[in-house]
Design a protein around this ligand. Structure first.
Ligand code: PGA
Ligand code: ZN
Length: 427
């Protein structure tokens, strides 16, 4: 039984306030969970409650959300059985009473939901991934490692937010991590040689002032090869332009790189050129969150060849995902626990993906903490893909290190395989 729930304010990886929630059980188990926070957020995400008190953290404090946990949520949950996750999450929704978790705050609700899951795993004497995923939870995810940052995550000349390497040809998670880390280090050498900065952005990828967005792809292919790997076979490329962040008045503004205005069709043509020239297997948010038509057109023309992932457009919300499935808007979903706000609703969103034969990628936020909940969650859900940053910054590495630990624990039972059928691009 739950005997105590308390929250307090901590800082995320950008130095902004977020919540940590502690749950105690009457058998003396005590666990905690911390809540991440995005920068290029979707308009329809569940509400992240902030104090708006300008005298603290520029208004970004979360003391109201903390108080909601301590005074409104805790009294309702004390005495309840933590293994009844669905009931507890339903109760949290009822207690909030709004469609977007605006009263209690999705940050308050998610912290409780995650900590309850962790307490239930502990009391069941199971690792979190096995508790949430059952005995079949043996698949380690292929990491999408964001080694070059732009957009809202970096103060540089690159419009597209994320250029990621995906070690799809590695034999294990540990080897995949090594492939990605070695490529990251090689990219540093190449950038230095070319006179570019090797300072990093919010997710630990380099943030150089490149001459164009496309140069990022060229440099990454060069780094993959120089590190001794085969582009497209050992390591593929995944992109997250996060196009909502540069869309305004019906056009895509490639302003940071000075490459001008693009229409939706121009963007499709740009992606097509890149797909032909580079070993790209996945594009996330290639279009604005309201450009359902652009997404659908890309899915119709390029979806047979690459993964089309919706992040800001679906916001891990079953309602938007269902619309996407009906309208063939994409063929994959980016899954972020804090976009929707409870563990149960996140699992429900993944259920929709599975039924539709869509892929799903478990994802961090650009503002993270040392909590590696999502690493266990990715193994539990078994989708075979995780997006959790570059090969530096401890809030990213915490997730990778937890996955290494899980792979070791599963031993010979661990499964690692690419989610993609890959054409051999090496000629
Ligand atoms: P965010 O970015 O956490 O800043 O929203 C991550 C993403 O767009 O995938
Ligand atoms: Zn995204």
């Amino acid at each position: 039984r739950i005997s105590s729930i308390t929250a307090h304010e901590i800082l995320d990886s950008r130095g902004n306030p977020t919540l940590r929630v502690h749950v105690g059980l009457d058998n003396d188990i005590r666990v905690s969970a911390s809540v991440p926070s995005g920068a290029s957020t979707g308009a329809n995400e569940a509400v992240e409650l902030r104090d708006a008190d300008k005298s603290r953290y520029g208004g970004k404090g979360v003391l109201k959300a903390v108080a909601n946990v301590n005074t409104l949520i805790a009294p309702e949950l004390v005495g309840r059985d933590p293994v009844r996750q669905a009931d507890i999450d339903a109760l949290l929704l009822a207690l909030d009473g709004t469609p977007n978790k605006a009263r209690l705050g999705a940050n308050a609700i998610l912290g409780v939901s995650m900590a309850v899951a962790r307490a239930a795993a502990e009391t069941s004497r199971l690792p979190l991934y096995a508790y949430l995923g059952g005995p079949g939870a043996t698949r380690l995810p292929v990491p999408m490692m964001n080694i070059l940052n732009g957009g809202k995550h970096a103060d540089n000349s690159v419009d597209f937010q994320e250029f990621m390497v995906m070690p799809v040809g590695a034999p294990s998670f540990a080897e995949a991590l090594r492939y990605g880390a070695e490529t990251f280090h090689m990219l540093a050498k190449i950038l230095t040689k070319k006179g570019y900065a090797t300072s990093v952005g919010d997710e630990g990828g380099f943030a150089p002032n490149l001459k164009s967005n496309e140069e990022a792809c060229e440099l990454i292919v060069e780094a993959i090869e120089a590190a001794g790997f085969a582009p497209g076979k050992d390591i593929a490329i995944a992109l997250d332009p996060a196009a909502s962040s540069f869309y305004a008045d019906g056009a895509y503004h490639l302003a940071k790189s000075g490459q001008g205005l693009k229409s939706s069709d121009d963007m499709i043509a740009l992606y097509q050129r890149w797909i032909d020239a580079y070993p790209i297997v996945s594009i996330e948010d290639g279009f604005d969150e309201n450009d359902w038509g652009g997404f659908a057109k890309q899915t119709a023309t390029q979806g047979g060849r690459i993964q089309i992932v919706g992040d800001d457009i679906f916001v891990t919300n079953p309602v938007f995902i269902q619309r996407g499935i009906t309208e063939k808007t994409a063929n994959a979903v980016l899954i972020k626990l804090n976009q929707i706000g409870t563990v149960s609703e996140t699992i429900q969103a993944i259920g929709l993906c599975r039924e539709a034969g869509w892929r799903y990628v478990i994802s961090h936020r650009s503002g993270e903490t040392e909590d590696a909940f999502m690493a266990d969650f990715a193994v539990a859900m078994g989708g075979g893909q995780i997006k959790t940053g570059s090969a530096c910054r401890s809030e990213r590495i915490a997730k990778y290190n937890r996955l290494l630990e899980i792979e070791g624990e599963l031993g010979a039972g661990a499964v690692f395989k690419s989610p993609f059928e890959l054409p051999d691009r090496r000629q």
